[in-house]
Structures are given as C-alpha cells and as structure tokens.
Design a protein around this ligand. Structure first.
Ligand SMILES: Nc1nc2c(ncn2[C@@H]2O[C@H](COP(=O)(O)OP(=O)(O)O)[C@@H](O)[C@H]2O)c(=O)[nH]1
Ligand SMILES: [Mg+2]
Length: 181
C-alpha cells in the first residue's frame, strides 16, 4: 500500500473545503471559523487546514490537505507542502481577477511546481465563462509551465476524482520516465 499526500490550494471561496469534503471517506477535519473578511461573502473560512482521506481501489491511500486561502497564511503553504506528491490549484472564475489569482498560487508554489505534479481546477465556468481556459493556459505559458486545466464543480465528487486522477497520471508518467533513465 502506498500513501500519497495531496494538497488543495487556491483563494478563499474557491472550494478547497468543499472538494475535500466531496471525496473524503472520513468526516473531514475542518478548522473553519466565522469569516471576518468583509471582501468575501462567505460565512465560514479556513484558518488552519482541512484534512481528508481517500482509499483507491488498489488499496493506496490518499491524504488530502487544504491550505488556508488567504495570502497572509502563506507561511503555512511551505509547511503543508513538505512531502507533498501533488498539488491542486482551485480558482473561482466568478472572482474579479481569476488569472491574477492563478498567478499568486503559481508563484507561491513555484519551488514545488518544479518537481511536483499539479493540476488547475477552474470553478463556476458555466455562469462565468470568461476568462476562458485558453487564457489560463496562457498564464502557464508565461511561466513555461504545462499543466492540465479543467473546468470543475468541486461539489461533484466525480469532478474532484478527475482532478486527483490527473495528478496520479502525472505521477505515474514521471515514475515511468525515471525508470527508463
Ligand atoms: N454555484 C457554484 N458554487 C460552487 C461551485 N464550486 C464551489 N461552490 C461553492 O463555493 C463555496 C466554496 O467554499 P469553500 O469550499 O469553503 O471554499 P474554500 O475557502 O476554498 O475552502 C461552497 O459554498 C461551494 O458549494 C460551482 O462550481 N458553482
Ligand atoms: Mg476552506
């Protein structure tokens, strides 16, 4: 049995807590408190971290961690990134500047992205089709990154599983490349 540690990150309200809750087989450990940030219409917010657990069909276990969204907690991002095998960046397309939001997390996790698989999940694309996934792709190009970008609704378990599958596929591909060397 292998254990993987995956990290969900992204701005406040993007759906990290929802995503982990959608797939976790244990009641997610949440550290949400009353939100006092007036700029975001959200009753509760995560100050510490979310934690969930998921067992795959082959018995492998995935430990899921969610980072606090606010940039003022970015010291926690480094701590949570230790030994992480994959990163999901969630973006809310209904926010004023979703492309800049992506830039914040690509820069915040730049060191990890050099060697850790990553996937971008963009939420609320149905009601907010702009910016397009191509525009997100251009942001990756600016940084010389090639990563999967998916339109997702993290309230749906199947969409969250798809994000995780993308990471597992990248991990398997990089192991395959290492074995060939
Ligand atoms: N309408 C709609 N709501 C969504 C979608 N994705 C997430 N949400 C909602 O957005 C909120 C996200 O909150 P939360 O998971 O606490 O975000 P966090 O701050 O990243 O942990 C929840 O109320 C979700 O139900 C979506 O695609 N469409
Ligand atoms: Mg949260």
């Amino acid at each position: 049995m292998t254990e993987y540690k995956l990290l969900f990150t992204g701005p406040m309200g993007a759906g990290k807590t929802t995503a982990i809750g959608a797939v976790s087989e244990v009641k997610p450990v949440l550290t949400d408190v009353q939100n006092t940030d007036q700029s975001v219409a959200k009753e509760r917010t995560t100050v510490g971290l979310d934690f969930g657990l998921l067992t795959l069909e082959n018995g492998d276990r995935i430990r899921l961690f969610g980072t606090p969204g606010q940039v003022r907690f970015d010291f926690l991002w480094k701590i949570l990134s230790q030994n992480v095998l994959g990163i999901v960046i969630l973006i809310d397309n209904s926010k004023p500047a979703p492309l800049d939001d992506l830039r914040v997390y690509l820069d915040g996790f730049a060191a990890q992205l050099k060697h850790v698989p990553c996937v971008i999940g963009v939420g609320r694309t149905d009601a907010h089709p702009a910016p397009s996934l191509d525009e997100f792709s251009n942001v990756l190009n600016e940084r010389g990154l090639v990563l999967p970008i998916l339109g997702v609704d993290v309230r749906l378990r199947s969409d969250v599983v798809l994000l995780i599958d993308c990471l597992l596929a990248q991990m398997e591909a990089s192991l395959f490349m290492e074995n060939k060397r």
